[in-house]
Ligand binder design. Structure first.
Ligand SMILES: *Cc1c(COP(=O)(O)O)cnc(C)c1O
Ligand code: SF4
Length: 384
């Protein structure tokens, strides 16, 4: 009934860069040095649409253009609607700010304990350790500071942030994000993870990173060693479309898993990228094949210039409905809206309970059939 997602034809190879020595291709520093960052470079590789040309001209005032050669190969250069292309190549629509859009859509600036440390929830903090990424996602919720195109001048002071975490003994959970934490040198990561691990009340350390997706070459034996030494370190990667699930990503996930890093995935629901049950089903199945558990599916934040990429909340609900019961619960992410202005993540679910009365719960299963389950009323004589 459902097509299976065979691993056989997952993309792999050097594509446009087939004449580059493999040792260079596999070297993450080479990938970073050879990123596509200008309109002229893009033009030399492909024909851009008029909308993309205009978007590229505007990008340096909004969110820089950068694409690693590895990730660029995943773009279908013949297809202006390619789901990979839409994520990383700027478009004219980014210049339009819809009335509901904001520069800081989830109110992070107002929830900072110290610069770069967002303390919104009681037991955990979001530690922004850099404003640099391997490549830039056009819908990034932190466009205001990431890549510094808007001149935010982000200079996190690690010592201040670490001191805040040390002093706040209620913080049991630290999430490193940015920008992309894996852009930091091994030395800096080693230092940060070592400092965090030394704090007695910090029980849970995780990293949010899209580098396994943009730059799988960064997952080196040296990095594996750091994760092994400071583990358990958890990681949330960020894959939006099954085409991103390449052999290279699978091998990077393998290296992370073998270094003891449990992997989750965060996707953003994006119009024309992954806003259908078919695409999401293929994505979550490929993730499971790579040892990655789908964690969150985000309704796209109201970041400025993102309306063309946002889909309707109802689409997200219908995608979850289309997965639940039709495939394993392991494959199903929690759909959330990060509440505008700073309310945190709110789970958004399809409704399965049609009624709760004094006697019973009435519900519908994944096929729409009606079922009843009695309310539990413990008789008096059983209560001690
Ligand atoms: C998403 C987020 C977290 C982590 O939330 P989890 O539900 O634990 O994954 C923590 N702090 C902030 C500010 C966040 O946005
Ligand atoms: S990798 Fe993450 S932080 Fe960087 S641009 Fe993409 S969404 Fe934003």
């Amino acid at each position: 009934m459902y097509p299976t997602d065979s691993r056989e034809n997952w993309y792999s190879g050097q594509g446009l860069w087939s004449d580059v020595p493999e040792t260079d291709w596999q070297d993450y520093r080479w990938q970073l040095r050879n990123r596509i960052t200008t309109l002229e470079q893009l033009r030399s590789f492909m024909t851009l649409t008029a909308e993309e040309e205009a978007g590229c001209n505007f990008a340096n005032n909004k969110l820089a253009l950068a694409i690693t050669p590895y990730f660029f190969n995943l773009i279908d250069r013949e297809d202006p609607d390619c789901p990979v292309r839409r994520q990383v190549i700027p478009r004219e629509e980014e210049m339009f700010t819809a009335p509901e859009e904001m520069l800081d859509p989830v109110g992070e600036e107002n929830a900072m304990g110290v610069d770069g440390l967002v303390h919104r929830y009681p037991d955990r903090v979001l530690f922004l350790v850099t404003n640099v990424c391997a490549a830039y996602c056009r819908y990034c919720t932190r466009s205001r500071l990431v890549s510094n195109a808007m001149g935010y001048d982000f200079h996190p002071n690690y010592e201040n942030a670490l001191k805040y975490i040390e002093e706040h003994t209620e913080i049991r959970d630290v999430l490193l994000s940015g920008g992309d934490p894996l852009i930091l040198s091994d030395k800096k990561l080693d230092y940060l993870l070592g400092r965090l691990r030394a704090i007695k009340h910090v029980e849970f350390i995780r990293i949010g990173s899209r580098i396994p997706v943009f730059l799988p070459q960064r997952i080196t034996p040296g990095l594996q060693d750091i994760f092994r030494r400071h583990g358990p370190i958890w990681m949330s990667i960020h894959v939006n479309h099954p085409r991103e699930c390449t052999r290279e990503l699978m091998q990077a996930c393998e290296r992370l898993s073998f270094a003891g890093v449990p992997l989750g995935n965060q996707s953003v629901l994006l119009r024309g990228v992954n806003d259908s049950v078919e695409v999401m089903r293929s994505l979550v199945h490929r993730l499971l094949m790579m040892r990655v558990r789908p964690y969150y599916l985000y309704q796209c934040d109201l970041i400025t210039g993102s309306r063309h990429l946002r889909s309707d909340v109802k689409t997200g609900i219908e995608i979850i409905r289309g997965l639940r019961g039709h495939t394993t619960g392991y494959a199903i992410p929690q759909f959330v809206i990060d509440a505008p202005g700073g309310g945190g993540k709110v789970p958004i679910n399809p409704e399965y309970v049609t009624e709760i009365n004094d006697e019973q719960v009435v519900m519908r299963n994944f096929e729409g059939a009606r079922y009843e389950y009695p309310r539990t009323q413990v008789p008096e004589f059983l209560l001690v």
